[in-house]
Design a protein around this ligand. Structure first.
Ligand code: NAD
Ligand code: WQD
Length: 341
């Protein structure tokens, strides 16, 4: 049986991807240091799929530990590397931690790949590499813009490291996936996003407000050059996003395509902050108080994906509606609240 190593597999996108991998028959070993997740996630995965992934609580900075994993699981044929620190604001305050955690983890894996004959690595990148693109929707060949934060910079450096390694002839393939704004939860509500502290991202803040944890959502700016003045994003369902990883892994293992490929993962549709709030209220029937406040430093005005490359080459496209996605986020929030009480 083919086994995939999923680093950060107890996290938000990782856990949903593990479900999809197990579902189509892969064996999975997760490495996660649980710095931003909880071991209970593994139970949630097992409840959904009826099969438990191997789980190793370990830090990907631990090179000796990583080497032992490859020795103990000789059937690892591919890697999906989710493990990273991801809070943009925090990265400004503790940049060295971000550079070390997000770069050395990748270097460690790349160093081990040839030693253990792994076919390739799927890497989690971000639309943040585009900054404010000149043309919308944004295609993969749009220029990478100077990063606005150490987090964003770490993703750009990761992409460059992979490119240079492949250019130098290292024997592996890589698929870089640039996610737009992943939201929602598994429809079973067994797994979802576990925000650490006060959420910085819009949807977890909306669901926490809807359930009464916060009095209102602060809308960061209504004076942008957009139809309703609020920022526009491409909100992509996390299950749809996860399915693209399975396709990417298969493509790598079948040795299709170039040794390095980059794909945008988004819906192709931009929604404003106000539009999202409205759809949330309409589809859940719960009202969400909000207040307009000043712009958040570093925010991009508008960005949405051109997903045609992923549609054509991967045969992948987002399927779930924004309504069902927001309902899944709400169901997950209600479940979280119940388990906390
Ligand atoms: P997450 O924090 O939920 O998951 C990351 C997981 O990695 C966590 O479980 C954490 O405990 C683990 N981890 C962190 N450092 C580790 C280390 N050194 N060793 C082992 N485990 C470690 O984040 P997520 O939202 O699932 O994001 C997954 C990936 O996708 C990240 O690389 C992130 O930068 C990227 N990404 C996320 C988004 C987003 O909006 N969520 C958007 C674009 C890209
Ligand atoms: C979306 C919109 C906010 C919270 C971040 C990272 C990016 C990527 C995804 C990892 C913006 C507005 C938000 C709130 C608000 N992550 N907002 N009130 O900023 O597009 O992207 O997550 O790679 O790198 O930067 O996502 O969810 O924080 O914000 O008005 O309380 O919602 O201003 O316009 P963002 P977000």
């Amino acid at each position: 049986m083919k086994r995939i190593l999923v680093t950060g597999g107890a996290g938000y996108i990782g856990s949903h991807t593990v479900v999809e991998l197990l579902d189509v028959g892969y064996d999975v070993v997760i490495i996660d240091n649980l710095s931003n997740s909880n071991e209970k996630v593994i139970d949630g995965i097992e409840k959904i799929v009826g099969r438990r992934p191997e789980f190793i609580k370990m830090d990907c900075l631990d090179m000796d530990g990583l080497r032992k994993v490859f020795i103990n699981y000789p059937n690892i044929c591919g890697i999906i590397h989710f493990a990273a620190s991801k809070a943009v604001g925090e990265s400004v305050n503790i940049p060295l931690h971000y550079y070390k955690n997000n770069i050395v983890t990748l270097l460690n894996l790349l160093e081990l790949i040839p030693e253990f004959g792994v076919e390739g690595i799927v890497f989690s990148s971000s639309c943040t590499v585009y900054g404010q693109p000149e043309n919308l929707p944004v295609t993969e060949d749009a220029p990478v813009q100077p990063a606005m934060s150490p987090y964003g910079n770490s993703k750009q450096i990761n992409e460059e490291i992979i490119r240079d390694a492949i250019h130098a002839g290292l024997p592996f393939k890589s698929i870089i996936l640039r996610y737009f704004n992943p939201i929602g939860a598994h429809p079973s509500a067994e797994i979802g996003e576990l925000p650490n502290g006060i959420p910085q991202n819009l949807v977890p803040f909306i669901t926490q407000t809807a359930i009464g944890i916060h009095p209102e959502v602060s809308v960061f700016g209504n004076d942008y050059n957009t139809p309703d003045g609020s920022c526009i994003r491409d909100f992509i369902n996390v299950v749809d996003l996860s399915k693209a990883h399975v396709i990417a892994v298969e493509r790598m293992l079948e040795n299709k395509g170039d040794s390095l490929e980059i794909f945008n993962l988004g819906t192709g549709k931009g929604l404003s902050v106000f539009e999202l709030l409205n759809i949330f209220e309409k589809s859940t029937g719960v009202s969400v108080p909000y207040r307009i406040v000043g712009r958040r430093e570093g925010d991009i005005e508008k960005v949405w994906a051109d997903p045609v490359h992923a549609n054509k080459v991967l045969g992948w496209k987002s399927e779930k509606t924004i309504e069902e996605t927001l309902i899944s986020a709400w169901e997950w929030q209600k479940k979280l609240a119940k388990t906390k009480n």
